[in-house]
Design a binder for this molecule. Sequence first.
Ligand code: GDP
Length: 484
Amino acid sequence: LTSLTDEALIALDTLGERASGLFSPSLRLGVTGLSRAGKTVFISSLVHNIVHGGRLPLFEAQKTGRISRARLEEQPDDAVPRFQYEDHIDALVRERIWPESTRAISEMRLTIEYESASGWNRLFSAGKLSVDIIDYPGEWLLDLPLSGKTYQEFSAEAFEMAQSPERADLSAAWRDLSAKVDPNAAADEMQARQLAEGFAAYLKACKADDRALSTLPPGRFLMPGDLDGSPALTFAPLPVSTDSRAKSGSLHAMMERRYEAYKTYVVKPFFRQHIARLDRQIVLIDALQAMNAGPSALIDLERALAEILACFRPGRGSILTDLFARRIDRILIAATKADHLHHESHNRLQQVVRRVADQAIKRADISGASIEVLAMAAVRATREGTVKQGRETLPVIIGTPIKGETIGDETFDGKTETAVFPGDLPSDIDSLFRPSEGENIEPLIRFVRFRPPKLEVTEDGVKLSLPHIRLDRAIQYLIGDRLA
Ligand code: GDP
């Protein structure tokens, strides 16, 4: 019955939106990726560049001068926090610091007025497109598989994963704690809290550890949004068998009820209200970090990306069933931060992204949407140059390292520019994915965190918008065709 209701609600939502879309065309663009992938920076730069007429030669509508106006408008969903665009731009442009990262869902509406390229379209379309940009943590997507699992199945899988060789040490404290409790004993709030905290600490440790392990559900244990401390988040797996039934009043029963509440009040509404309504999606990945961590981190990134992509595959047995007619028709998988490499390596970085994406697409068995990959920098914090070393000329990147960053024994003050030779990517991309002996490899790329760039000012005193690398390709693919 529950799933019928979900489907009916999705269908109703879609119908309502379709009807209103006839009068005011809109496009819902989802922006996701695991934490620190670059979502906040991407959205801020995209909007800034469109609103301020940035340099976007591959964004066709803008290049041909057909955009008459682009402005922010009130977002359609009153219950979703607004994306703090002004604060983020203030940080990036005025303070030259990176903005606060995504912690929960937020939304903003960018309305573009344009002239259609074809006379036919000019007759029949309003010449106005509202792009609703929805920013949300990729961690939350990893909860979708929970919707089909009982509490007992969830528990069994969680313990199995926790005992795996790569996680055993990180989960030891939580497993010890769990071994001491009796699931059949009377429910106790303090005990539930201790277990939940122990479990959450273990999940966070997996993420923080430089083994760069992929994320495990429940996603809100890592990114609680506004639910921190609520009962729906105060549960943990218990050592119970998959066919066991909870005794009424027991700790087991309490945990099971909360797990079900998490699914009902957190997971399902999120998918129904937000994911099922998206038209386009960009998934940002931090390919540079994974490459630096070595082959197993790259393979892990593949797995995480496959899990994320699977959420956009409407299919039987999930909440996103065939009933919801609205489907994501374009997905862009993008590695941002390409400005950490010299442009000679950008195509190779894109090949790495393609390789990660191809494997993930295969695993996720996704079809029906067109999928593109891209290596880009939403904000370009560096420029390029060359440095002579003996007889060799080395390509370098130049930027202002963030205060406290170090190269060798030099520590930076946040004001001084420096040139860095970032290193090259190998021509044999596959070699990056081959497990190496002992895995203790040198980082491939010298990775220095730079401050956001100083904006160029034209002769008449106009500040140009945020510089980028290939952001225009991303924009063209994600919204360009809707401005035809
Ligand atoms: P989120 O967690 O996905 O919202 O990630 P953010 O957008 O906050 O990005 C995380 C960090 O990555 C930022 O604080 C920057 O240090 C870095 N970053 C993100 N995008 C770029 C980019 O285009 N260029 C550079 N150089 N750094 C970036």
